[in-house]
Ligand binder design. Structure first.
Ligand SMILES: [Fe+2]
Length: 158
């Protein structure tokens, strides 16, 4: 997840394939969403939630690594492709997104086996939805970029 200063282009076909194949990531995201939608369940299953978030964190690391290795390509071409700026911006979001899930894991871990006040969960829940919305926006923008790259390849929209 290194931030690079080179020109970044998209390998749209690989990026699309990585997204379609990552069933585990989608499952873990769905499980996390369900838990954070139900505070009572969340409060009573904090240890399980912590393990689940750690699995989500690890899967997200694999997902970003694959995307960066196969979906985003660094190039030194003189002719800068149109979508390179957006591709570089999205690739650089991986680091902050990963940091968000790491922070969340750590905070949930701190609450396991401790006496917790009634408001203890509120900032945690807010933080989860912040991460969730950020990741969802990131994924939507990557999908839009893949679509544009395919259109460019096939000459549609010229
Ligand atoms: Fe991504």
């Amino acid at each position: 997840m290194a931030i690079t200063s080179g020109i970044i282009v998209l390998n749209a076909a690989f990026l699309q394939e990585i997204k379609e194949d990552d069933v585990l990531l989608r499952q873990l995201l769905d499980q996390a969403r369900q838990r954070f939608e139900n505070r009572r369940w969340l409060n009573h299953s904090l240890r399980d939630t912590w393990r689940m978030l750690e699995a989500l964190r690890d899967q997200l690391a694999t997902h970003f690594t694959l995307e960066e290795a196969c979906g985003y390509l660094e190039t030194s071409l003189e002719e800068v492709p149109e979508l390179s700026e957006q591709a570089a911006r999205l690739k650089n979001e991986h680091g902050p997104l990963f940091q968000q899930i790491c922070d969340l894991c750590e905070k949930v871990a701190q609450g396991v086996d401790r006496r917790r006040g009634p408001d203890w969960l509120t900032p945690l829940v807010d933080e989860f939805w912040c991460f969730w919305n950020h990741l969802r926006r990131h994924e939507q923008q990557e999908q839009a970029l893949i679509f544009q790259a395919f259109q460019q390849d096939t000459g549609v929209g010229d």
